[in-house]
Design a protein around this ligand. Structure first.
Ligand SMILES: Cc1ncc(COP(=O)(O)O)c(C=O)c1O
Length: 484
């Protein structure tokens, strides 16, 4: 018989206990699973019914299917041998934060719709700001992803061009608008260009500045590009620099870029989505040098700060401009306290907002500044050790400096030597075979036309033995491939 209301609380308790037991066991032994899901496209879909059940099913049966059908289709980001992209960790305190936030199910659009959600967001972001060494004049907001943080920052930068009245008049059908130009490096994340697409600036609105031999934005080339654009009648308005590029974790020369932005009156947005976290380590605080002069900075706790995805912290010195770009308050969202508090719905695109601050706050408390620094420092040590192994081996080479916890390298077997095309094909096959084995998962990039393997360390469960195992597998697979 179908009943109304939620499922009985006793059923919930039993299933929740089973789920927590499963999570505890999973997090203790993530190595029991292949890192990369060993399924074929469509395999999971065909294992499930084509339509939803007509009558209620017991939670236990659903959990059985979770274990038997869903989990085999999971790529295990929790696996200590997950070395692809940027390794991330949904740590225990973060998982509990997610659980409790799901239970509360508040929508933090307004202060009044849950004062604790807004105020904890302010507190957690201020704690994080201090941990990163950003000055007090930065104020923050939590977004889902760095892509959205960057989108909002660029929208604010455009809104700062008040004479163009874009908020009121828009951009289309206007012959009085110059070409608006945003500058970023050739190594910047695609989210910068995507933001330009969304904001109607188009690809033509993004000028990609060349990088130096360490894949850092060339500040001299930036300056020339801005001068050239001004002479052509274009309107420069924003520079997006990167601290920790996606491919090589290169750190753009922020102090020099900030000086150019100051002189030129441009908004400087810094994408420190991955590497910003390194500033928590006292001896790596310098990664954010120059950011004190930026207008906005994004750091993703869901990347290298042990907070479950999603959680992106956007800081800005111009919250007035950010809210000026986004605030639009219909009557039904007005409250009697609007003048005294902040309503985070005014700080970005979405009205509905998850209570993400809870998990961030729990992570910061449960690890502490020292605990976070200790873990990040270890990731960097492991990456440097791996880089050393690459450097010592005659048939491997590093293809970029290793400032943090990501190593870019390739195999260079003697029989291929310097045939670049053959080297690319060899390394691509090497990566495919390594990943298909299910014991490790690495990703790739291209640097100066060279197919490059990336080993990224960022998982809280990764130990020296896991990186050693990856090295063993890479050497063995490389040898096997070379002998074919
Ligand atoms: C440097 C950098 N910025 C931005 C992003 C986008 O992050 P998100 O997935 O949070 O949008 C990435 C993703 O890896 C990145 O590496």
């Amino acid at each position: 018989m179908t009943q109304s209301g939620d499922i009985p609380v006793e059923d919930f308790k039993r299933a929740a206990t089973r789920a927590i037991d499963w999570i505890a066991s999973y997090l203790t032994h993530p190595e029991e699973y292949p890192v990369l899901a060993q399924v074929r496209p469509g395999e999971m879909k065909t294992a499930l019914p084509a339509s939803a059940p007509k009558s209620a099913e017991p939670l236990d049966g659903v959990l059985d299917d979770f274990e038997e059908i869903v989990v085999p289709g999971i790529t295990h980001w929790n696996h200590p041998c997950f070395f692809a992209y940027f390794g991330i960790t949904g740590s225990a305190p973060g998982i509990l934060g997610e659980l409790l936030s799901a239970a509360l199910n508040v929508n933090g659009m307004l202060w009044q719709t849950s004062p604790a959600a807004t105020e904890l967001e302010e507190v957690a972001l201020d704690w994080l700001r201090q941990m990163l060494g950003l000055p007090e004049h930065f104020d923050g907001v939590i977004m889902d992803t760095a892509s959205v943080s960057t989108l909002c920052a660029i929208a604010a930068a455009r809104h700062a061009l008040s004479d163009l009245e874009i908020r009121e008049r828009g951009m289309s059908g206007r012959s009085d608008l110059p070409l608006l130009r945003l500058y970023t490096s050739e190594q910047a994340h695609s989210s910068v260009e995507k933001a330009a697409l969304v904001l109607g600036l188009g690809k033509a609105g993004v000028r990609k500045v060349p990088t130096d031999d360490a894949f850092r934005l060339d500040a001299g080339a930036l300056e020339s590009a801005i001068t050239e654009d001004r002479e052509a009648g274009h309107r420069p308005f924003c520079v997006t620099a990167t601290v920790g590029t996606t491919s090589t974790t290169s750190i753009d020369p922020i102090p020099a870029i900030a000086e150019i932005c100051r002189r030129e009156g441009l908004w400087l947005h810094v994408d420190a989505a991955y590497a910003g976290s390194a500033a928590v380590i006292p001896e790596y605080r310098h990664v954010l040098d120059g950011c004190e002069a930026a207008t906005s900075v994004v750091v993703n706790p869901h990347k290298w700060l042990f907070t479950p995805i999603d959680c992106s912290a956007l800081y800005t010195t111009r919250p007035d401009v950010l809210t000026g770009a986004f605030s639009l308050v219909p009557e039904y969202l007005r409250t009697g306290v609007d003048g005294e508090i902040r309503n985070y719905m005014d700080w970005g695109v979405s009205l509905g907002r998850r209570f993400r601050a809870l998990k961030l706050w729990m992570v910061l408390r449960c690890f502490g500044t020292e605990g976070i620094a200790l873990r990040l420092r270890e990731h960097i040590r492991l990456a440097q050790q791996f880089a050393g192994r690459i450097d010592e081996h005659p048939e491997f080479e590093r293809l970029a400096p290793t400032p943090l916890s990501v190593v870019c390298f390739r195999a260079r077997p003697a029989h291929i030597d310097s045939d670049e095309e053959a080297l690319n094909a060899f390394n691509e096959t090497l990566l495919q075979r390594l990943n298909a084995g299910g014991q490790v998962y690495l990703s790739h990039t291209t640097l100066d036309g060279r197919y490059t393997l990336r080993l990224a360390i960022g998982n809280v469960r990764t130990e020296e033995r896991h990186v050693a195992r990856a090295w063993e597998l890479i050497c063995a697979e490389g040898k096997r491939l070379a002998s074919e």
